[in-house]
Design a binder for this molecule. Structure first.
Ligand code: ARG
Length: 563
């Protein structure tokens, strides 16, 4: 994509021989121009006041691509030639179509997301990591990075010793071919109750876990069975949401590398023993809590497995960036792990590439969600409720719609996904279906509705609209130009969302685009009698539709064709 900022920067550089690219900023208020260059940054170097610099430059710069330049209080404000920008945007789109905004990069970016714990329900707490991570994955991939999506399954821990014992005792009472996770949870609750009153059972559970660590075939087979059953259910949820991974590799895969991690840390002389456990003191790093790397019974711990995973990922993927998407309650954990990782035998590049993308809590309208109290909400239930509600709303508006179930699915799922991605990650979210499904709100159904309306206008027209039929001089009015500028911005927005690891930057952009389309449509007749105007506007709105779709797809949302 042609970079307008670069054009302006070169025009200035030609006059003063200084690269000013980084100082040029977009202007939000179109009456003041499109880009501003503050001349303050040059004042020292040129020994002149910013006002004088601006006044001199304004007379010197002359280029067809710039409509006019104003010198205002030491700022140079550039107004882009509207026809030029319209032609630039539409012809680049014509060339690239659904690839408009794409780039090519050579860096490898790992994104770890979802990572639920097996044998536990997939509740809406896990929804955020899944949706935020998946959107980031899509955005990075679209921008051409070599992107790897990783599911770091929670498939390890002493609870499996208990589950194995419970299964041996009562497994025959349960049919695990359906709703296996619910049943495994039940078994887990039962065995915990028994353990509370019976030391001997508890001992057997510990024994099972030890056997599992020692790769006892019976224990391993049961553990694998639990894991497979859980994954089968998780996959149903992933399928429904269109979530994919390049690698599903659980914590258990890293247990055997504990010794290697410990050896590396020992060689760096950073290990000490505290209450029987092996720890790394991190006070020098400004972290008060030490990182435990080996429990007093000699087994690995969550952090050790994460350290081993860093080794594995560096060796396997040679990554440039490795992003972890989890709740903010794991902030200390990742600070510790990243700090300890500096002592592994790894190139500095791998340590610098570690990034934690944390997010806030999800709560229901009534109050905070809690798993421990048992009043957790399963993600599947939430999605199904949203789909049912979406269907009711659509039926009311359009009772004769064909494929109503397919549409309700796209609208219902889109509503949940979009609302999760509409605010900065770290903000706590309140889950409220009525807000999410409001067709007039800042929601997915609103964007989908705009898209569907565009398709219905395009379907009414004779044949395909072609770029050769576009008259760029018909796109210079304020509302058309606003749309063109926003369409021009698509690639920049994607880059910003990727850099800040914030899908909301894209969500808000799509709302802006939909809003601008709505004003454009209310004020400009698309199906005008004038051939040139009609064809030009049709081409413009077809691009708006495609970008809305492209952006929504990146967030993980599908577009209906009718609704
Ligand atoms: N399984 C963990 C949980 O559900 C999340 C894992 C996050 N990733 C990691 N590399 N520690 O809380």
């Amino acid at each position: 994509m042609t970079d307008i900022k670069q054009i302006i920067s070169s025009l200035i550089e030609k006059e003063i021989n200084i690269d000013v690219y980084d100082y040029i900023k977009e202007i939000d208020d179109p009456s003041k121009g499109d880009y501003a260059f503050p001349c303050f940054s040059l004042s020292k170097e040129l020994h002149k006041s910013p006002v004088d610099i601006a006044n001199e430059l304004v007379d010197k710069i002359n280029d067809d691509r710039i409509e006019k330049i104003e010198s205002v209080n030491g700022y140079l404000n550039f107004f882009i030639n509207r026809e030029y920008l319209a032609k630039l945007v539409l012809s680049e789109y014509d060339k690239d179509k659904e690839n408009y905004g794409r780039e090519k990069h050579t860096e490898t970016v790992l994104i770890e997301y979802s990572s639920p714990n097996v044998c536990k329900p997939f509740h809406i707490g896990h929804m955020r990591t899944t949706l935020i991570g998946h959107a980031l994955y899509n955005i990075y991939k679209f921008l051409g990075y070599n992107t790897v999506g990783i599911n770091h399954l929670g498939d390890y821990g002493t609870q499996f010793g208990k589950l194995i014992e419970g299964y041996k005792l009562w497994g025959h009472e349960y049919d695990l071919s359906e709703n296996a996770i619910d049943k495994l949870v039940e078994i887990y609750v039962r065995i915990n109750d028994l353990c509370a009153n019976d030391e001997e059972v508890l001992e057997r559970c510990r024994e099972n876990f030890k056997k599992l660590e020692e790769k006892d075939p019976e224990c391993v087979a049961l553990w694998e069975k639990f894991k497979d059953l859980s994954l089968k259910e998780f996959n149903k949820t992933y399928d429904m949401l269109g979530i994919k991974f390049d690698s599903i590799r659980g914590e258990a895969a890293y247990v055997d590398s504990m010794d290697e991690v410990i050896d590396m840390l020992a060689k760096k002389n950073v290990l000490s023993v505290s209450e029987g456990a092996t720890i790394v003191d991190l006070t020098k790093e400004g972290i008060k809590a030490p990182c435990i790397v080996k429990k007093s019974d000699g087994t690995s711990i969550y952090a050790t497995r994460d350290l081993a995973a860093i080794l594995y990922r560096a060796r396997t993927y040679d990554y440039d960036k490795s992003i972890y998407v989890t709740g903010y309650e794991q902030e200390l954990h990742f600070k510790q792990v990243f700090a300890v990782a500096k002592y592994l035998d790894l190139d500095k590049k791998y340590i610098d590439g570690l990034e934690h993308a944390s997010y806030g809590l999800y709560s229901l309208k009534e109050g905070r969600m809690s798993t421990r109290k048992g009043n957790f909400i399963k993600l599947d239930d939430v999605i199904n409720e949203s789909i049912t509600k979406a269907k009711e709303i659509i039926l009311e508006k359009n009772p004769d719609l064909e494929d109503i179930d397919e549409t309700a699915k796209k609208v219902g799922i889109g509503a949940v996904v979009f609302s999760d991605l509409y605010n900065s990650r770290i903000k706590d979210e309140v889950f409220d279906l009525d807000t999410m499904l409001n067709f007039q709100g800042e929601t997915s159904p609103y964007i989908q509705y705009m898209y569907v309306r565009i398709q219905s206008i395009l379907n009414k027209t004779e044949g395909k609209v072609l770029i050769n039929d576009v008259s760029y001089d018909k796109l210079t009015d304020g509302l058309s130009y606003e749309l063109i500028k926003t369409l021009y911005d698509f690639n920049r927005i994607l880059n910003e969302a990727a850099k800040k690891k914030e899908p909301y930057i894209l969500s808000r952009y799509l709302i802006k685009l939909a809003n601008e389309y709505s004003s454009f449509y209310s004020n400009n007749k698309v199906l005008d009698d004038n051939d040139e105007i009609r064809k030009t506007r049709l081409y413009l709105i077809s691009m708006v539709g495609e970008i809305l779709k492209s952006g929504m797809n990146l967030l993980g949302i599908e577009m209906p064709n009718k609704m």
